[in-house]
Design a protein around this ligand. Structure first.
Ligand code: ZN
Length: 547
C-alpha cells in the first residue's frame, strides 16, 4: 500500500520546492516558510543515499555526525563533547549473529523437531558468551509481567528455576498507558526472569504484531548487527549473563512449541487478545544454540550548548535530543537496500537544528543552558542516549529532556501528540507554548505502541530527569484527509523500510510548526522560576527520581 497524498499536500510540497529553487524570496517574507526550507534542506542531506542509512558506527553515520557538528558550529553554539569538540565518543560492542551453529530443537517423547533458522526462529546474541548451547525444560509465563499495583503476576504458580521461559511481548491492555509501556520493556522482563532463576528465554511473536510487521520482513534482516554499550573493561553493559540462551520465534512456529500443551497456540493468542492469559509448564525440553561474532566499535554523539544567561541557573541544562542514526543497509525491497530513515529520524534531527536556529535567533539567551544532542545507536537500543545521560560531561545537572523522534508529518496538521505530558510539570511549558502558537494537543492515538519507553527520552527518565516527547498529530487541517490512516499507513508500509525516504509526501510546514513548538517549550522550561518536577506519586517519578 502506498500513501495517498492529497492534492493540497502535493501543492504545499511543490511550493516549497519552487521556493527553494527560486532564491527563496518568499522565505524572506515568511519566516515559517524559511524554517520549512531549512528543515527540507537538512533532511535532503541526512536522508540521502550517500549516507547509507546512517547506521551507528558506520561511515554514513559519521558523515551525518559531521554535518550536525558543522550546523551547530555555524549557529555559534558551544562545543560540549569530548576535549572541547562537538563529539562524544560512545564505546560499543557489536554482535553479529551467525547462521552457522544456530539450532532450535524441540525434544518430546524421544522425538526431535527442529525449527528453521530465519523462517521460524532467530537466536539472540549473547554478548557474554558468544557461543552458547542450552538444553532445558520449558515454562510458558504469559507476557512475563509482575505489576503489584495492578495486582498482576504472570509468574504466579510456576517455577522458572533452571528453565527456559517462553513469553509474549507487551503488557496487559488493562494497564494504564505508561505503566503498560514500562512493563512491556524487554529489560524489565529479562530482569524478572533472571530474578526467578530462568536460564533462557524464548520470545514468541503474535498474529496482531505480525499483521503490522510480518515476521519474514523483520527476519530478512537477521544479519544486521546488534550492539551494547562497552564497559571500560571491555565487557558488555546491560546484559543478563544468567540468560544463557535466547531466541525469537514466529507466531506460526508457536503452534509447534505449544503442541501437546495445556493450551494450543491459537488459544494462547486468543487469550492474549482477551486479556485472560495464564502461565503453565510446556512438555519436553528445548535445545537452543547460537553463535555470534563480537567486536569493538565506536560511534559518536554530537553535543552543543547554548549557555544560559542566569549565573545560577546556567548550571541547569535543558536537553534537546534527537537520534541521528538509523538502521543502515539491509535486505533489498523493490531493488532498494538503503534504509534512509527520512522520518526515522532525519526529520527529528532537522527539527532539532531548526529549534536551535530559532532559539539562537531570538537574541536574548535563555536563563538556563540548553544542550542539543544528536544521539547515536538509538536503533540499537537507546545506547547513545543511555551513554550521554550517564556521562553528560557537561557542567551542572540535566533538568529536562525534550526528545524529537519520528514525527509522522505527511499532511498539514493542527495538532501534536505530547507523549508523557501527564507525568511532570513540563505539562505547563508544553500547554502554554502550544496555546501561544495555536497548536492543539491530542492524546496518544496508539498507546499499544508504547512509545514512551521506545525512544531516547527513556534513558533520561530512568535517571530521574522529566521528559517530554512530541509526536506529529492526527488532526489534519483539511477535512478530507484521514490523519490516523496516514499514520497507520506509514507504520505498516514504510517504518524501518527502505521506502522511509524523501519520496514520502513530507509536510515541511508541519515540521516547521513542530520546531517552533519545541523551541517555545525549551524557552519556557529554560526561563521558568523552577526546574521541572515529576508529579506527586507519579509512576516514573516514584521509580526513578532521587527523593
Ligand atoms: Zn527506528
Amino acid at each position: 500500500m502506498r500513501l495517498n497524498p492529497t492534492t493540497t499536500t502535493l501543492l504545499t510540497f511543490a511550493c516549497l520546492l519552487l521556493a527553494a529553487c527560486s532564491g527563496s524570496n518568499d522565505a524572506k517574507r515568511d519566516p515559517e516558510m524559511a524554517s520549512a526550507q531549512r528543515i527540507a534542506a537538512h533532511m535532503a542531506f541526512l536522508a540521502d543515499d550517500l549516507l547509507e542509512g546512517r547506521e551507528a558506527a558506520t561511515r554514513g553515520h559519521e558523515i551525518a555526525a559531521r554535518y550536525m557538528a558543522s550546523q551547530f558550529q555555524a549557529l555559534g553554539l558551544e562545543p560540549a563533547g569530548d576535549d572541547g569538540s562537538y563529539f562524544q565518543r560512545v564505546p560499543l560492542l557489536q554482535g553479529e549473529r551467525l547462521a552457522d551453529g544456530a539450532r532450535f530443537e524441540l525434544i518430546r517423547d524421544g522425538r526431535i523437531e527442529s525449527l528453521a533458522f530465519e523462517t521460524e526462529f532467530l537466536p539472540g546474541v549473547n554478548y557474554d558468551q558468544p557461543e552458547f548451547a542450552l538444553s532445558a525444560p520449558l515454562v510458558f509465563v504469559a507476557q512475563g509481567v509482575v505489576a503489584p499495583e495492578f495486582d498482576h503476576d504472570d509468574f504466579a504458580g510456576v517455577d522458572l528455576k533452571g528453565k527456559i521461559a517462553v513469553l509474549l511481548g507487551g503488557a496487559p491492555a488493562r494497564f494504564a498507558n505508561d505503566p503498560r509501556a514500562y512493563y512491556s520493556s524487554g529489560r524489565e522482563k529479562m530482569a524478572a526472569l533472571v530474578e526467578r532463576g530462568a536460564v533462557g528465554a524464548i520470545f514468541v511473536s503474535d498474529p496482531t504484531r505480525e499483521k503490522k510487521s510480518p515476521w519474514a520482513r523483520g527476519a530478512a534482516n537477521w544479519a544486521r548487527p546488534g550492539m551494547r554499550l562497552r564497559a571500560p573493561d571491555g565487557t558488555a553493559l546491560d546484559t543478563f549473563p544468567q540468560l544463557i540462551a535466547t531466541a525469537s520465534i514466529s507466531a506460526d512456529a508457536a503452534s509447534k512449541l505449544f503442541a501437546g500443551a495445556d493450551m494450543a497456540a491459537d488459544a494462547v493468542f486468543a487469550a492474549l487478545d482477551a486479556g485472560t492469559l495464564r502461565s503453565f509448564d510446556l512438555p519436553g525440553t528445548v535445545l537452543l544454540a547460537g553463535r555470534a561474532r563480537i567486536s569493538n566499535k565506536e560511534s559518536r554523539n554530537v553535543v552543543a550548548r547554548l549557555p544560559g544567561s542566569d549565573r545560577k541557573l546556567a548550571a541547569q541544562n535543558v536537553v534537546f535530543g534527537a537520534h541521528l542514526d538509523h538502521v543502515g543497509i539491509g535486505a533489498a525491497v523493490n531493488g532498494d537496500a538503503i534504509y534512509n530513515g527520512a522520518l526515522d529520524n532525519a526529520i527529528g534531527s532537522a527539527v532539532m537544528l531548526d529549534a536551535a536556529t530559532r532559539l539562537v535567533a531570538e537574541g536574548t539567551r535563555p536563563k538556563r543552558s540548553i544542550v542539543f544532542v544528536a544521539v547515536t545507536a538509538e536503533e540499537k537500543g537507546l545506547l547513545g542516549s543511555e551513554y550521554f545521560a550517564g556521562h553528560p560531561g557537561i557542567e551542572g545537572t540535566l533538568v529536562a529532556n525534550i526528545n524529537m523522534d519520528m514525527p509522522v508529518l505527511l499532511t498539514a496538521l493542527g495538532d501534536v501528540t505530547p507523549i508523557g505530558i501527564e507525568h511532570s510539570s513540563l505539562k505547563n511549558a508544553v500547554e502554554s507554548a502550544a496555546k501561544t502558537l495555536g497548536i492543539a494537543l491530542s492524546p496518544d492515538p496508539m498507546p499499544e505502541q508504547v512509545v514512551f519507553i521506545r525512544s531516547d527520552q527513556f534513558s533520561f527518565i530512568r535517571r530521574g530527569v522529566p521528559a517530554i516527547y512530541l509526536k506529529g498529530g492526527t488532526a489534519p487541517i483539511h477535512a478530507d484527509v484521514d490523519g490516523k490512516a496516514l499514520l497507520d499507513g506509514f507504520l505498516s508500509s514504510h517504518y524501518h523500510q527502505p521506502s522511509d525516504d524523501l519520496s514520502l509526501p513530507i509536510d515541511y510546514a508541519a515540521a516547521a510548526r513542530l520546531a517552533a513548538l519545541n523551541a517555545a517549550i525549551g524557552r519556557n522550561v529554560a526561563d521558568a522560576d523552577k526546574a521541572p518536577r515529576w508529579n506527586t506519586n507519579d509512576f516514573f517519578g516514584e521509580r526513578f527520581a532521587e527523593q
